[in-house]
Design a protein around this ligand. Structure first.
Ligand code: ADP
Ligand code: TZD
Ligand code: MG
Length: 580
């Protein structure tokens, strides 16, 4: 259907259009094909019209999940994911996802309906009154409000450019209710639309910066490359692989960069992570920040202070020297920077000394053997490793499947055990370690790629977005959820230190059956207590593509407090003594 208002026979004048149609037309003119939303005042008809116009509109049960879906759609496609919410409470629900997208450098646009400016600004108590633009502004990269239908095209264009150019991030677009009903001449409306040309222009690094980086790399005896999710986002997969292989420099992938090169690649030093972090003399960061996930580039993990030089490739100049001195900042887009380094290595590149790679390989072999022993055990009830061995094999057999992962132990152990083989196949809690991304990410991964999705979820983590199993069933998406059910947060055997009858703060109902939730919506539920049952159930789900939830029963005593980051969790002497 053409997005032009139908003319009644009694109105022979020029065709008209309105705000609703112009928003849809503006998105479609820029190749945006999907909206993730929760309907309601004032945007119900916008979703309806978008669907009628040929867009895919995925309606969620909670805006945070719709927002997370939009954010990860942006990561997967390099085009901003769009989330649509109602005013005040719906907007606020979506805001966590917008802030999280910005923190993770995922491009997304949160379009929210809002109440009447005149009433909101005089604080006269409008329906869902809130000054949304002011509240959104500090949470995102850019925030705009459109007041006139004729400005919708420009508003959408600005939002797209802000989301994807430079360092990607979240953008807020405020659309007061009155905007949607504004009518204007259809021809003028068409002319007001903007198709954004080259929304994320290449940013070419300065030749002198490339030369400086190559000099630092040439001087290295024990170099290391760290690939971050920015490298995965950049979609420069072939050149990144060529750079690693041509340079002969060992690399470690950050969590969402796993699979950029297969984790089984001979130059992967992931299994010797602590060795390479502490002993390397030059580290090149590609799309990875020296934040808490890398201990800020200093401290014991990094070896003696001042002993290392850093090369950093990033599109954001202000990232340089954020935590430690960067000897060779390479500011530009990763595709252009990596291509420039490759050109510079064409003639006479000498790979790192064999001593370095041999030392790493020896350490790797040791650690891989140790892991194999742990994975070889068949614990019953299942512990993390017993269950994860099964899922590791599933991904090995289906390397194109997308893995979504959240939880504490469920996250940390899965990241270590499950090898990834292809770029952008591992989606997880990211920079904030936020719980609740699971079902939103799973839905968008299935919608955007058409690939099967395996979501490995802690039982607590799953609870944050679990209602979206209905959404998964409603759209019949090929998503298999495995809930690692250890009866609680970190562990299921916590005790109430006050001795009362309330359960421990970290414990859930014992023996819960999450699998029964999905059955209520027509999906497949399976309770798996052994590795064989788990394997059979996941294989069946991945083969059939039917929405499936497997309740994997995990030993309540198998996990540790906060997974691998217990050191960040302050503890009172009192609870330490009580052993909680
Ligand atoms: P990780 O958590 O995997 O270490 P981060 O989210 O900390 O990764 O870092 C990603 C970095 O990648 C950010 O600093 C961001 O500016 C950068 N980035 C994102 N896209 C590009 C790109 N196309 N070119 C260059 N840098 C990019
Ligand atoms: N709320 C939000 C939004 N994000 C968070 N990270 C937390 C709370 C705190 N938190 C974690 O950091 S992990 C986690 C919480 C509540 C859940 C861990 O339990 P789980 O995983 O069942 O998901 P395991 O396997 O039992 O460790
Ligand atoms: Mg748990």
């Amino acid at each position: 259907m053409s997005a032009v208002l139908e003319q009644s026979a009694s109105e022979p004048e020029a065709a008209l259009t309105d705000g609703f149609h112009l928003v849809v037309d503006a998105l479609m003119a820029n190749g945006i094909k999907t909206i993730y939303n929760v309907p309601g005042i004032p945007i119900t008809d916008l979703g309806r019209l978008a669907q009628a116009s040929g867009m895919r509109v995925i309606s969620f049960r909670h805006e945070q999940n719709a927002g997370n879906a939009a954010a990860i759609a942006g990561f997967l496609t390099k085009s901003p994911g769009v989330c649509l919410t109602v005013s005040a409470p719906g907007f606020l629900n979506g805001l966590v996802a917008l802030a999280n997208a910005t923190t993770n450098c995922f491009p997304m646009i949160l379009i929210s309906g809002s109440s009447e400016r005149e009433i909101v600004d005089l604080q006269q108590g409008d329906y869902e009154e809130m000054d949304q633009l002011a509240i959104a502004r500090p949470m995102c990269k850019a925030a705009y409000r459109v007041l006139h239908a004729a400005d919708i095209g420009i508003g959408v264009a600005r939002a797209i450019r802000a989301a994807v150019s430079g360092r990607p991030g979240g953008v807020y677009l405020d659309m007061p209710a009155k905007l949607f009903g504004q009518v204007m001449d259809a021809e003028a409306g068409r002319h007001s639309l903007v198709t954004v040309v080259d929304p994320a222009p290449a940013q070419i690094p300065a030749p002198s910066a490339v030369e400086r980086a190559l000099d630092v790399l040439r001087g290295a005896k024990r170099p290391l490359i760290i690939l971050g999710k920015g490298a995965a986002y950049a979609q420069a997969d072939d050149d990144i692989r060529a750079l690693v292989e041509k340079s002969g420099i060992p690399y470690i992938p950050m969590s969402m960069a796993k699979g950029l090169l297969p984790d089984t690649h001979p130059l992967s030093a992931a299994a010797a992570r602590s060795t390479v972090l502490s002993e390397s003399d030059v580290v090149m960061l590609i799309g990875a920040r020296l934040n808490w996930l890398l201990s800020h580039g200093k401290g014991r993990q990094w070896g003696p202070p001042g002993a290392k030089k850093f090369v950093q490739i990033d599109i954001e100049p202000r990232e340089m020297d954020s935590n430690v001195e960067i000897a060779a900042p390479l500011v530009g887009d990763i595709g252009s920077c990596v291509a420039a380094l490759l050109r510079g290595m064409r003639d006479g590149w000498v790979p790192p000394p064999a001593e370095w790679t041999q030392a790493i390989n020896a350490k790797k072999e040791q650690n891989i053997a140790r892991m194999a022993t742990r994975l070889g055990k068949n614990a019953l009830p299942m512990d993390y490793h017993t269950a994860l061995r099964v899922l590791r094999d599933v991904i090995k057999e289906r390397p194109d499947a997308i893995l979504v992962n959240e939880g504490a132990n469920t996250l940390d152990q899965a990241r270590g055990v499950i090898d990834m083989y292809q770029p952008r196949k591992r989606l997880d809690v990211g920079t904030w370690g936020v719980m609740g991304i699971g079902m939103g990410f799973a839905v968008a991964a299935a919608v955007e790629t058409g690939k099967p999705v395996l979501a490995i979820e802690g039982d607590s983590a799953f609870g944050f977005s679990g209602m979206e199993v209905e959404t998964i069933c409603r759209y019949n998406l090929p998503v298999c959820i495995v809930v690692f059910n250890n009866d609680g947060i970190y562990r299921g055997d916590g005790v109430n230190l006050g001795g009362g009858s309330d359960p421990a703060t970290t414990a859930f109902v014992k023996g819960s059956r999450y699998d029964r939730m999905i059955e209520g919506f027509g999906g497949v539920g399976v309770n798996a207590t052994t590795p064989d049952e788990l394997k059979r159930a996941v294989d069946t789900a991945m083969n059939s593509g039917k929405p499936t939830l497997i309740n994997a029963v995990i030993d309540p005593a198998a996990g540790s407090e906060s997974g691998n980051i217990g050191n960040l969790n302050p503890k009172s002497a009192l609870t330490k003594k009580a052993g909680a």
